[in-house]
Design a protein around this ligand. Structure first.
Ligand SMILES: [Fe+2]
Length: 441
């Protein structure tokens, strides 16, 4: 069967599966109105088979970065040459590669190469596999301030392009994505198209992602393996953070400890993820990393009619761990709107609890979640169904600035913003009782 025949067969198979098993291919949750879908952007590969495509980088342990890319040519070596001068590569590293199959789709060769040690706040030039274009990236700073772009549910539409253009119009250090990347939804070539769309951004700043429901990509009976494409393409530093799964991990950058949790893998108290989170939280030294932020996909607090209650079992299982550890902020996606809450613990305002923010407003093809519950909740401070992105600038050990940029505005306009004090500076939250509780996690 030729390439076109395979695609037609796959399309027919997916239509059949969609009719028989609609749940895995759609967002879960209550019905709600969405505006018409935005135009999908399909990004083609215009390089040769041996040249790198879909290049992206991620943080990979202290002073190291992982370079990931794909080649159609399976003979290309998994090696990266790099240095601090354009065209002059003073170092070289070799890594690993993988491929995967999804029905008749065969991925290109997916390369992952860890490079370093690297200096902070330094621009490195690099070349993948010995040929093709030169890329460059800047390493994050070793010390504050540091700035994160935070946006989930990105997809690959005209809205996505607008979000990325807004995000890129001002410099930042690390991109954080709380799940739902490509919206390939089993159509594997869309993963490739997504990789090409985000390459200009993801090859120059680290992209740190966690999984959403659109990464699961199972088809009952026919394809039961979860996260096949996601795990192969978006390798995150789970081994570097003592996790046994690519679906949850942590990393540190400039006095900030970032925890990426998995909403779609086990999280109960007997689970590996729960035990890993417990030990990860106890490893945090608030003297060196006074800020702790958490990202996950399905929000624990949500006043939108979309996806009501979907994060509730995870909240019940894990909220106490985050509360006792005095986590500063929890970001979620999944709901295609923006919403900021106050500091909360167990459905009540609590000055020692994390601030919760939903930023599932990247611009995917499903459109916005327009209906918020009425009346809302006194815990919900700001909510709006628009596409946009967030920026968290951690200024110093005690203060950070959170801003939400609506795509419809020019980048200079901030639709919502707030200054946040770090939990580590709230003495009242670290009295004998709470700090004892913290170390008994
Ligand atoms: Fe989602």
């Amino acid at each position: 069967m030729g390439k076109r025949g395979s695609l037609v067969f796959l399309l027919l198979l997916q239509i059949l599966c969609f009719l028989l098993f609609p749940q895995p291919l759609q967002s879960q949750g209550n019905s709600f109105s969405r505006p018409p879908a935005a135009k999908l952007i399909l990004t083609q590969n215009e390089r040769s088979d041996s040249d790198p495509e879909q290049v992206h980088i991620s943080l990979a342990g202290k002073d190291h970065v992982r370079v990931s890319w794909i080649t159609e040519d399976k003979h290309v070596k998994s090696e990266v040459e790099y240095g601090t001068e354009a065209g002059k590569y003073s170092a070289k590293a070799t890594g690993e590669h993988t491929r995967y199959q999804y029905f008749f789709y065969r991925s290109g060769t997916i390369h992952h190469v860890k490079i370093g040690p690297l200096r902070p706040s330094t621009t490195y030039f690099y070349r993948c596999g010995g040929s093709g274009p030169e890329f460059s990236f800047k390493t994050p700073p070793a010390e504050l301030p540091v700035e994160f772009v935070v946006v989930g549910d990105l997809g690959q539409t005209e809205w996505t392009r607008s979000t990325l253009e807004h995000a890129e119009s001002k410099d930042y250090d690390v991109f954080l994505l709380p799940g739902d990347l490509s919206y390939a939804d089993t159509q594997q070539p869309l993963w490739d198209s997504f990789g090409r769309l985000v390459e200009p951004s993801a090859s120059r700043r680290p992209w740190m992602v966690t999984e959403g429901n659109h990464e699961i990509e199972t088809i009952p009976i026919l394809f039961p393996e979860r996260f096949k494409a996601y795990n192969a393409r978006w390798l995150m530093p789970y081994a570097e953070s003592h996790s046994s799964s690519n679906l949850y991990y942590s990393f540190e950058v400039a006095s900030t400890h970032v925890i990426m949790l998995g909403s779609y893998t086990d999280f109960d108290s007997a689970s590996d993820q729960y035990k890993w989170l417990q030990s990860d939280l106890t490893r945090i030294d608030r003297l060196t990393t006074p800020w702790v932020i958490v990202l996950l996909h399905a929000p624990w607090y949500n006043t939108n009619e979309a996806h009501q209650g979907e994060g509730e079992s995870m909240r019940k299982a894990m909220e106490e761990l985050l509360y006792k550890a005095r986590v500063d902020l929890v970001f979620a996606g999944h709901v295609h709107a923006y919403e900021r809450f106050t500091r909360i613990y167990d459905n009540k305002a609590d000055s020692c609890g994390p601030m919760y923010v939903t930023v599932g407003d990247g611009g995917n093809r499903e459109g916005l979640a327009l209906k918020f519950k009425d009346p809302g909740s006194p815990l919900s401070v700001f909510r709006e169904a628009s596409f946009g992105h967030g920026r968290l600038r951690i200024v110093n050990e005690t203060h950070a600035h959170w801003a939400w940029h609506r795509n419809n505005d020019t980048n200079a306009v901030v639709a919502d913003q707030v200054w946040i004090s770090s939990m580590s500076s709230f003495k009242a939250c670290w009295d004998d009782t709470s700090s004892a509780a913290r170390y008994e996690l």
